[in-house]
Design a binder for this molecule. Structure first.
Ligand code: IMP
Length: 431
């Protein structure tokens, strides 16, 4: 048995969905542990494409249990839509999907607050997905969130909702200059109870389920969303999401102790992308940046926004290896680089004063001011796409991977050469 955490090592969208889907074939249980429907995992199943926002992609495998962990924030209406969408495609979630009773809910006022705040920030926007993620986590930490376990159809709970709705309406009106329409607390209460009654068959103490699975010697996969540099503590703050996206988040948000974890796989794109605002030292504004965007089909799965694209950043990755304790790499989208003559890897940065940094410093004003120091490698100008055996890769593609491994001190156990499950090189098994 082994328990594996999969996380994004860059700014999200590394292609975790495919890697999780692949490993789900061997896993007995998949646990999502943070984030909400800001995530979007695109997975291909036969000739069908699914975008899952909340439900772990393990749901596509009949014998796998899927868990929405306590560390997530859940928009119940969106979750019900996702369950119904899967049902329409012949995938039944009953008895296979489990929702933590301690997970906090994204309430309608969280969505309104997210939008109104971004509008007010104008030039200093974070570029959120607008799904209410930040405000929901704020209320969780501020101890005025709503957890599934606490929803009740009675007057005491109604009083709580009345108070929260009136507080939020006040903030929207008087602080954020939101002009309406405002929320009606009776409606919010009623809708919440309707959602709860539909979701209640799935709700339980998921930490017990995870513990049982581990006790039985089964494989548990903890599925991260977003990426390391969107982490609330370790990311490019404040241009981050509001949860711990790093591997440690799997313990808090999945309800397991660190001693239960065997391997930590960092998914990393063969180049770099980012959506939303914030520093991105290796970003390209030229034809190569546009080429990567087009060739890699770099559009956000949740918002459809074009992703910013740039060279592979080993200096950034060094920090990701450290803060996650990554034991294995899964390199994705290698094939996107097939037509490039020359490739660059960022190995360090320099600020405008000429000071060198071997990895990303925390200070915001310095992060904005970094110029990458690049190492150049010859491209392979040949097809790596769809290759499934490492030795069959073009020589220069192998050299590119070897250099990444050398710079990061971690080996790549998986290399993805196309979007489909079978377009993958497995060099060593994670389970
Ligand atoms: P939020 O998570 O909606 O609050 O957005 C905060 C930041 O995280 C914004 O820059 C978003 O674009 C980014 N973000 C959130 N979810 C994802 C994701 O799944 N992939 C990539 N970026 C994301």
């Amino acid at each position: 048995m082994s328990n594996v955490i999969i996380i994004g090592s860059q700014w999200g969208d590394e292609g975790k969905g495919k890697i999780v889907d692949l490993l789900s074939q061997q896993a007995n249980m998949i646990v999502r542990f943070q984030g909400g429907n800001n995530a979007g995992h695109t997975v291909m199943f036969g000739d069908k494409t699914f975008i899952l926002h909340l439900i772990p992609s393990g749901i596509l495998h009949e014998n796998t249990k899927s868990v929405i962990g306590n560390g997530m924030v859940v928009d119940p209406g969106e979750l019900l839509k996702e369950i119904a969408g899967l049902m329409e495609m012949g995938i039944d979630c009953r008895g296979r999907l489990f929702i933590s009773d301690a997970a906090n809910l994204i309430m309608p006022y969280h969505r309104l607050l997210d939008g109104a705040r971004e509008a007010r920030l104008k030039a200093n926007k974070i570029g959120t997905t607008g799904k209410g993620i930040g405000p929901a986590y704020e209320d969780k930490v501020g101890r005025c969130g709503i957890r599934f376990a606490d929803i009740e159809n009675n007057s005491v709970f109604k009083e709580k909702i009345d108070l929260f709705v009136s507080d939020k309406n006040m903030i929207l009106k008087h602080v954020l200059n939101y002009t309406g329409p405002y929320l009606d607390s009776d409606q919010v209460f009623e809708e919440l109870n309707q959602f709860y009654s539909k979701l209640s068959p799935y709700i339980c103490d998921t930490t017990e389920l995870v513990a049982r699975e581990i006790e039985q010697g089964n494989h548990v996969l903890f599925e991260g969303a977003q990426g390391t540099f969107l982490d609330i503590d370790h990311g490019t703050y404040p241009f981050v999401t509001s949860s711990n996206t790093v591997a440690g988040g799997a313990c808090n948000g999945g309800g397991v102790g660190p001693t239960q974890i065997d391997r930590i796989a960092g998914v990393v794109k063969a180049y770099t992308t980012r959506v939303g605002e914030g520093p991105f030292p290796t970003e390209l504004f030229d034809d190569i940046g546009r080429f990567l965007g087009k060739e890699g089909n770099e559009f956000g799965a949740t918002t459809g926004r074009p992703r910013r694209c740039g060279w592979f950043d080993a200096a950034l990755l060094k920090k990701a290896i450290r803060v996650n304790g990554i034991t294995d790499l899964a390199i994705t989208k290698l094939d996107v680089l097939d037509k490039l003559e020359t490739l660059k890897i960022c190995v360090a940065y320099e600020d405008s004063q000429g000071k060198r940094y071997d990895t990303l410093p925390s200070k915001q004003s310095i992060q904005k001011d970094l110029t990458p120091i690049y190492e150049e490698l010859p491209g392979w100008n040949a097809v790596s796409s769809r290759i499934t055996v490492y030795d069959d890769l073009p020589e220069n593609a192998k050299k590119y991977i070897a250099r990444i491994e050398e710079l990061l001190g971690v080996s790549a156990c998986i290399i993805s050469t196309g979007p489909k499950r079978e377009e993958t090189i497995i060099r060593s098994e994670l389970f």
